[in-house]
Design a protein. Structure first.
Length: 489
């Protein structure tokens, strides 16, 4: 079992389910971050409210004591008033009676010296009779308290007597900050956020699922229609939605691809038909010549018959080689490692060695500067030979080869002084098995594939081959990237 197999078991295969899972996961991360931020903010603000409430209660108790009013035991905030020299608490309330402060005080006794209002922490004793599950209990924990001191000598004798403290005593008011208030509020908010988050995740996942499902309906229609396209009926096209979004772009691309495949299939069929036609012509001639020779052996000029058979066989061989080369180029087979080739030297050598025995033609190469390119030397030679063969079939008296370096490119031209090519046929001459009327009447064994092979070889070497307009004759221009000059040269 590979490491990816367990993942494939739980990871959904459907795009809709994956989109819903991704949306829910993203939303969960975002909601968790927002929930944590709200938790901290709510707890901080709730704690601040509890502290403000305790501080307000502290100053209210101090005012009551100065007015000879003993505070009521009923209070929302636990408090206790203790005094020096007194064992029992002066006053208490808000839950402090759970510790039975009537017999003693819970909070520490104040010092004889006064202190300003401070915030401190006090650990309250545990109460065994109190419910430990009561979250509002302050027993047995360390709690934050606000304190304020009052000197009995600052009060009147009647106030001191009413409070039951000595005349030189110091009173201290303790107000406990309730921790359960902030915790309760925060826990309530957390619970609400959790419920809302779970509901939100379900709704987000469902919305993402059905939204993607609706968005993918055109894709499913495109898939069904594309699956119906067969080799017998390649003209089927998908419907392009009028929305203009990515689905429309996908449909347009698929239609373009289907059209290219249809054109390629049609071109392939034409190519096969043309190849069969081209093969049939020399075979028919060869077969007829041999059958006539065999039927009338005594009246047959056997050397002439053998010459005809050899000529047609060579034509078949050239056609077969051209077809094999085109098949290899069509498969986009990787070219062998590029080699540096001097196109000037190659053109000069071929101009000297090219056979011009049938008609008096002049073949010249007007270039002396090196023209380095990268590629396969044999394929460059085949490309140039095809251009020379085409020029030799159409030239009247002269063929000129020119090689020059121009803007990091090597430009090679093959110009003949023949009848030329009409402007409307400038691209058609590069099609396979295409012969113009002039070419057909003066054909000397060409297969109609020479220029097509030459252009494919130019493209294979990242170059271009075009027919440039001239007032006299035809001029084929080959452009190739110039090879970089080695360092130090």
């Amino acid at each position: 079992m590979t490491a990816t197999e367990p993942r494939r078991r739980w990871w959904p295969r459907s795009v809709r389910a994956r989109a819903a899972l991704a949306a829910a996961t993203t939303a969960a991360v975002i909601l968790a971050g927002i929930g944590w931020w709200l938790h901290q903010d709510v707890y901080r603000k709730s704690t601040q409210i509890a502290e403000d409430e305790a501080k307000a209660q502290l100053w209210a108790l101090c005012d009551q004591l100065r007015q000879r009013v003993i505070p009521d035991t009923r209070s929302t905030v636990p408090y206790e008033v203790v005094a020096t020299g007194r064992r029992a608490a002066v006053a208490y309330g808000g839950g402090m009676d759970d510790f039975d402060p009537g017999t003693r005080h819970v909070m520490p006794a104040p010092p004889k010296t006064l202190r300003a209002e401070i915030i401190t922490t006090v650990r309250l004793p545990a109460n065994p009779d109190y419910d430990p599950h009561d979250k509002s209990s302050v027993a047995g924990g360390t709690n934050q308290v606000f304190t304020a001191d009052i000197r009995a000598e600052d009060l009147s004798s009647d106030q001191v007597a009413a409070l039951g403290v000595a005349a030189d005593a110091t009173l201290r008011v303790y107000v406990v900050v309730l921790p359960h208030t902030a915790k309760s509020i925060t826990e309530t908010i957390d619970l609400l956020l959790l419920r809302a988050g779970l509901v939100s995740l379900v709704l987000i996942a469902a919305a993402a699922y059905f939204t993607v499902r609706i968005a993918l309906r055109p894709v499913e229609a495109i898939r069904v229609l594309t699956a119906s396209v067969t080799a017998n009926d390649p003209r089927e096209r998908v419907t392009v939605p009028a929305t203009g979004h990515e689905i429309a772009a996908l449909a347009t691309t698929i239609n373009t691809t289907l059209e290219r495949l249809d054109n390629a299939a049609a071109q392939q069929r034409r190519f096969v038909a043309d190849a069969a036609h081209e093969l049939r012509s020399p075979l028919t001639t060869l077969l007829a010549s041999l059958e006539v020779a065999l039927a009338y052996p005594e009246h047959t000029d056997w050397p002439a018959a053998a010459t005809t058979a050899a000529r047609q066989t060579r034509r078949l061989q050239a056609l077969a080689e051209d077809l094999l080369l085109l098949a290899r180029l069509d498969t986009r087979a990787p070219a062998p490692g590029p080699e540096p080739v001097d196109l000037t030297a190659l053109a000069s050598r071929m101009a000297k060695q090219y056979p011009l025995t049938e008609r008096p033609l002049t073949l010249t190469c007007d270039s002396t500067a090196p023209a380095p390119v990268l590629g396969n030397p044999d394929e460059y030679e085949r490309l140039l030979r095809n251009l020379l063969d085409n020029a030799a079939r159409h030239a009247a008296h002269r063929i000129q080869i020119t090689v020059r370096n121009q803007d990091a490119q090597v430009v090679l031209t093959v110009h003949d002084d023949g009848p030329g090519v009409p402007t409307e046929d400038a691209e058609r001459v590069f099609e396979r098995f295409v012969r113009l009327d002039d070419a057909r009447s003066r054909d000397q064994g060409g297969t109609g594939l020479g220029l097509a092979i030459a252009r494919d070889l130019a493209h294979r070497h990242r170059g271009t081959l075009t027919l440039t307009p001239r007032t006299l004759g035809a001029c084929f221009q080959l452009r190739l990237p110039q090879a970089p000059t080695p360092a130090g040269k």
